[in-house]
Write a protein that binds this ligand. Structure first.
Ligand code: XCC
Length: 653
């Protein structure tokens, strides 16, 4: 039992790990035991960039290295133990940037298709956001239709990917001081695809061989993600699907239903998911499901698609990254519909043990053994219907070996930075002023973005939750996205009542006054840009310095696994935010490289990395950083006072 508990802290997950074992099904938790992480690769000391290698350059453990040993510890080309992990790390950042950027370019084309009437069934939902972008970009509004304006906006955004010079348009959204710093340091990205391509070239054998220069370029490519690809995707999705507003739903495997057709949408691109949400409610489809003996159609999400559907439609979430196979183990899932990223190949093996159909829908992501049914956004309604029919037809094949865990929790999602603005200041005086004021008076100590994945090398959800609880207990307001947000949702931290239960007195008093949870769900991983925008709004509102690096804020990904997380972390660091990762650190094999990232970067960017696998210690590193920033702003006294001043608390009640 103890060993099983070590795999997860989530009861539904543990129950399904047990069922998988009973059913003789191997899932990610089992594979992580038999396929151990390679210790050389894990510390970044393996170079497989050319066929002279792979070359391994690990430092000797537990003894001093002699000068002679150090001299010989290099690749065949003489690549140094600093160049190798830096090069690997920059490649990972570039992949992460591409993984947000390529879907974002598809999204820009999608906006054009919607605007030109070539994607029936979709429309422009957030006119205000479209017009604001047009204004920002100097696009004529006049008496032109939304569609005409959207064509110009779409073209301009699509151009951001292939651009070879100039500067990314959204850099201008950052505080002025930050923009100037990026220009001075030469890391202001020019084009999203250009930066990815340049990073791949620089990391080719025999090109950039100065680890500092490599990592400097890593920042530039990461900024092309945060202030480029990801931001573009978020903005377009809001325009076409609507900007999220708070919505109540439920999370965990208990959202699956015994008597309905269960369909899980898993992946990252919301175009199909949006249409599935419509089609699943179509009376004709529900009637069809009834002819197969089901009471209805139950749609649920997994990973980032889940976040998208939750915050815009209130569609429940079945689980986060490490629960994808376990959803199938319930025996109650008729189809899992997947697109791109974070889809484990193990899904097919697991599905073969039950009746579930794995349906791939994206031309860029096929899986051997799965059924491929390409989604056509130009004929979205029919496409979605065809896929859904396959799921409904499969209901009659559901076997007797069904066990759905009872566990599910209420959660509120949909805190876009615009919504936070309204909630804090009210519709007619929307502003971040109340947040800044409460930071200044010390009721809120600071703000943390705690984001990222699950990783089977560390107990599922445990680090995510321990860190979040520690932060809110210490009056730090926590903003979350991705699979991390789901860990908090499952634990009941995303309802307003959680403030009184788990948050420190100062934070709880503000949450109670505004009616928000102490942990705010801000969306999918691309929506980390909403956190950048919230932080920028705090700077612009005044009183907390004049750059992002002045703010009492910090970032973390305690259970990260994806290269996208590294890109996100690097764009936070490059934007001036102290960022701490858990599990493993890709350059830990080199003290020089790690020192550069953990210490020297602060001198350049005002933000730096830290690696701390203990989530409580990591939370305290973040709190220390927040306190350091408070002190620099002269706010340390305010916080000392607020702890004792009951009159100040009563003021709010
Ligand atoms: Fe990580 Fe992004 Fe994937 Fe979940 S889904 S495992 S990247 S948190 Ni986005």
């Amino acid at each position: 039992m103890a060993e099983k508990e070590a795999k997860s802290i989530d009861k539904a997950t543990l129950e399904m790990i047990e069922k998988a074992a009973q059913d003789g099904v191997r899932v990610v938790f089992d594979r992580a035991e038999t396929t151990r992480a390679c210790p050389i690769g894990a510390e970044g000391s393996c170079c497989s960039i050319c066929a002279m290698g792979p070359c391994r350059v690990m430092a000797p453990k537990g003894k001093e290295e002699t000068a002679e040993e150090r001299r010989k510890r290099v690749g065949a080309c003489r690549a140094s133990p600093e160049t190798i992990p830096s090069r690997n790390c920059v490649r990972q950042i570039a992949t992460g940037t591409a993984s947000h950027g390529h879907p974002a370019s598809v999204m820009a084309k999608f906006l054009l298709a919607v605007a030109k009437g070539e994607a029936p069934g979709y429309e422009i939902k957030d006119e205000q956001k479209l017009l604001q972008l047009a204004l920002d970009f100097g696009i004529k509004i006049g008496d032109r239709s939304n569609e005409e304006i959207a064509v110009d906006v779409g073209k301009l955004l699509l151009n951001e990917f292939g651009k070879q010079d100039g500067e990314l348009l959204f850099l201008k959204r950052a505080p002025l001081k930050r923009q100037e710093l990026w220009r001075k340091l030469g890391v202001a990205p020019e084009g999203i695809d250009k930066e990815v391509s340049e990073a791949m070239h620089r990391t080719h054998m025999g090109t950039d061989q100065d680890y500092q220069d490599l990592l400097h370029n890593g920042t530039k490519v990461a900024l092309a993600d945060g202030w480029g690809g990801s931001m573009i995707a978020t903005e377009i999705q809001d325009i076409v699907f609507g900007t999220p507003a708070p919505v109540l739903s439920q999370i965990n495997l208990g959202v699956l239903k015994e008597d309905e057709v269960n369909v899980i949408i898993h992946g990252h691109e919301p175009q199909l998911a949006e249409m599935m949400a419509v089609v699943a409610q179509d009376p004709e489809m529900i009637k069809y499901a009834k002819t197969k003996g089901a009471k209805g159609i139950n749609l649920a999400g997994m990973c980032c698609t889940a976040n998208e559907m939750l915050m815009r439609h209130g569609v429940p979430i079945a689980g986060n990254f490490l629960q994808q196979e376990l959803a199938i183990v319930t025996g109650a899932v008729e189809a899992m519909i997947v697109d791109v990223q974070c889809i484990m190949q193990g899904l097919v093996d697991t599905a073969n043990c039950y009746h579930t159909k794995i349906i791939t829908t994206d031309s860029r992501a096929k899986i051997q053994g799965a059924t491929h049914m390409e989604f056509d956004e130009h004929n979205a309604f029919e496409s979605a219907k065809t896929v859904l029919k396959v799921a409904i037809d499969n209901f009659i094949n559901r076997g007797k070996n069904v066990r759905i865990p009872k566990h599910k929790t209420d959660m509120i999602a949909g805190f876009s930075h615009e919504t936070i603005n309204y909630l804090l200041g009210g519709m007619f005086r929307a502003s971040y002023r109340p947040l800044n004021d409460n930071i200044i008076n010390g009721r809120i100590r600071g703000v943390a973005g705690v984001v990222g994945c699950n990783n089977p090398r560390t107990p599922h959800d445990a680090g995510n939750l321990a860190m979040t609880m520690e932060l809110i207990k210490n009056d730090v307001l926590v903003l979350q996205t991705g699979c991390m947000a789901m860990a908090s949702g499952k634990a009941g931290l995303m309802v307003p009542e959680a403030a009184a239960k788990y948050a420190g007195a100062g934070l709880a008093s503000v949450c109670e006054a505004v009616g928000i949870p102490p942990v705010l769900h801000m969306g999918a991983c691309i929506d980390n840009t909403r956190i950048l925008m919230a932080a920028t709004a705090m700077v612009k509102d005044g009183g907390l310095g004049d750059d992002l690096s002045d703010l009492p804020v910090a970032g973390a990904a305690p259970e990260w696994m994806s290269e996208k997380a590294l890109a996100i972390g690097q764009y936070f660091v490059g934007s001036g935010v102290f960022t701490v990762f858990g599990v493993n650190w890709p350059t830990i094999g080199s003290k020089e490289v790690s020192d550069y990232l953990f210490k020297d970067m602060e001198k350049m960017y005002g933000g730096m990395w830290a690696f701390e696998p203990d989530p409580l210690k990591a939370a305290h590193l973040m709190i220390e950083h927040i306190d350091k920033k408070r002190k620099a702003l002269g706010l340390d006294k305010a916080r000392e006072r607020v702890l004792y001043d009951m009159a100040m608390r009563r003021e709010l009640e």
